[in-house]
Design a protein. Structure first.
Length: 132
């Protein structure tokens, strides 16, 4: 059952393939903002996965995050998420999110995920090929 207060954490080491100049999001050799966001999303998704019905998953639908400090390759990054709101129909989840490297805060904000039926969601996406 989805309950406000569910927390998630994860950690990674920033490798060369996660740098902005490697993923196409900039020219500098620091941890890329899109990679930070992917870490936040993965942490939030994993934190609520066990509370969903079999066949359900969550998909990211909104991100409002500031990337406030650069992180070089080789440093550890730690993600923290907390479920702060569940819509009345149980389909929209809001998380407070933060990312830290070994020196302190590198990103923070809010993230929303939608609860979906995985198979139906993927079928709908694939059906777009026929419409195009």
């Amino acid at each position: 059952m989805l309950e406000i207060g569910i927390k998630g954490t994860s950690e990674l080491v920033v490798t060369e393939n996660l740098l902005a100049n490697q993923v196409g999001s900039g020219l500098v050799a620091v941890y890329a903002t899109p990679m930070m966001i992917a870490g936040i999303e993965g942490t939030a998704a994993a934190s609520v996965a066990d509370a969903l019905e079999p066949g359900q998953t969550t998909v990211g639908c909104h991100m409002n995050v500031s990337h406030v400090s650069a992180t070089p390759a080789g440093m550890k990054v730690h993600f923290e998420t907390e479920l702060t709101a569940v819509s009345s129909n149980g389909k929209m989840l809001t998380f407070r999110v933060a990312a830290y490297d070994e020196a302190g805060l590198i990103g923070e904000g809010e993230h929303q995920r939608a609860v979906v039926w995985k198979e139906r969601f993927e079928e709908k996406a694939q059906a777009k090929r026929k419409e195009a």
